[in-house]
Design a protein around this ligand. Structure first.
Ligand SMILES: [Zn+2]
Length: 393
């Protein structure tokens, strides 16, 4: 049986002197097992802690074969070592996790919704409740009830009990890990909840600081409920506030008018794009008309500022206006451009073969059907491609 480790005995301990018991490697990742540890191994929905062992960063912590493995970013240290915990990250996890206990307990007592899954995310956390729908009114009600229990500063404590004592207690979750032997760890929110849990928690509901519900999502017949708690809640609000300030400046409206302001700008953008499309269409037609009058045996043009779609428009117009002509049209810059080779129905060239030849000379690739062959290529050898086309007669 695993000894009771420091992260469980003293969840507020931030550093510890201990000893490296074993060093190893697992799929090219070096790890160490310590005599004792303040780093929590992933489990019960709570992510693994981060920290440092003798200054070497710990990237992951997992329980493997009854031992806590600390996976390291560098060479494993030996002997006596100082272990340090990434406390800011851990305290955040304790706030989200204890918040989940409280949220789960109140959802169950007030609405009879059972929590089936807990997920502590990088941005938001969520629980899955076995109810197909939660109304806005219920959400408000639930959030207010959670807030009242945070204000009540109810003590949160953990203890281990024997399986016999456990059987006699009114514990919420009866689902125990398979093959569990020995004492069972219980976490209690005084007067609210008694639950089995191996995670780390704050000492009072007041240390959750605050908990905000952030909406729901239907999921496998249940409902996923998103929330944030604690310091993370204040950080999130600060980030939203900062983003809103930037948006206010960009759009030139108040917070309240932002959605309408952005919507109006998008409408303007759509109008501008429509106008640009009409202008480009006109430009393509005019370009085709001007080109069709050219005296060269192979017509050619290059528009550094335009793209393949423009070339296709010009080509469609050109094969209609000058069915006996062949044209090589290019767009974009020397490094990464596009080309179209087109031939009207009275032109004698084998378009597919000529197109492949041009693509090869330009070091690109392409394909086509009907009267237009198109491709992507660098354009630095376009003079060579044109000269080769002229030899096809
Ligand atoms: Zn817990």
């Amino acid at each position: 049986m695993m000894p009771i480790l420091a992260y469980e005995r003293e969840p507020f301990l931030r550093s510890l002197e201990t000893e490296v018991m074993r060093a190893g490697e697992e799929r090219d990742r070096p790890f160490v097992v310590l005599a004792d540890t303040i780093l929590y191994p992933e489990g019960g929905g709570q992510p693994a802690d981060r920290g440092w062992i003798a200054g070497v960063a710990v990237e992951d912590v997992q329980t493997v074969e009854g031992q806590v493995r600390h996976y390291l970013a560098g060479a494993p240290p030996t002997g006596r070592v100082r272990l340090e915990l990434d406390w800011v990250r851990r305290f955040d996890h304790m706030q989200q996790h204890t918040g989940q206990h409280l949220l789960t307990a109140i959802a169950e007592q007030r609405f009879g919704w059972h929590t089936t899954v807990f997920h502590l995310g990088e941005q938001l956390s969520d629980i899955e409740l076995d109810t197909p729908k939660i109304t806005l009114e219920q959400l408000t009600d639930l959030e207010e009830a959670v807030a009242a229990e945070i204000r009540a500063a109810r003590p949160v404590t953990a203890r281990r009990v024997s399986p016999e004592d456990y059987a006699a207690l009114p514990v919420r979750t009866r689902g125990l890990p398979e093959g569990l032997t020995g004492d069972i760890r219980l976490v209690e929110i005084a007067g609210i909840d008694l639950n089995t849990c191996g995670g780390t928690h704050v000492r009072s509901t007041a240390e959750i600081e605050g908990l905000k519900l952030l909406g729901t999502e239907g999921m496998r017949g249940g409902t996923r409920l998103f929330y944030v708690a604690g310091v993370r809640l204040r950080r999130l609000l600060a980030a939203h506030h900062e983003r809103n300030a930037k948006l206010r400046q960009l759009v030139g409206t108040s917070d309240e008018e932002l959605p309408a302001g952005v919507s109006a700008k998008l409408e303007q953008l759509k109008d501008a794009q429509r106008a640009a499309r009409i202008l480009e269409e006109g430009l393509a037609v005019e370009s085709a008309r001007a080109l069709a009058l050219g005296p060269e045996p192979i017509l050619h043009a290059h528009w550094p500022e335009r793209d393949l779609a423009f070339l296709q428009r010009v080509a469609r117009e050109l094969v209609r206006l000058a069915p006996e002509r062949v044209a090589l049209l290019m767009a974009g810059d020397e490094g990464q451009g596009a080309f179209v080779l087109c031939a009207g129905e009275r032109a004698t060239i084998d378009l597919a073969a000529a197109g492949r030849g041009v693509a090869e000379i330009l070091g690109g690739r392409g394909g086509g059907s009907g009267r237009i062959f198109q491709g992507k290529a660098a354009l630095s050898r376009r003079a060579e491609a044109l000269a080769w086309l002229r030899t096809l007669g």
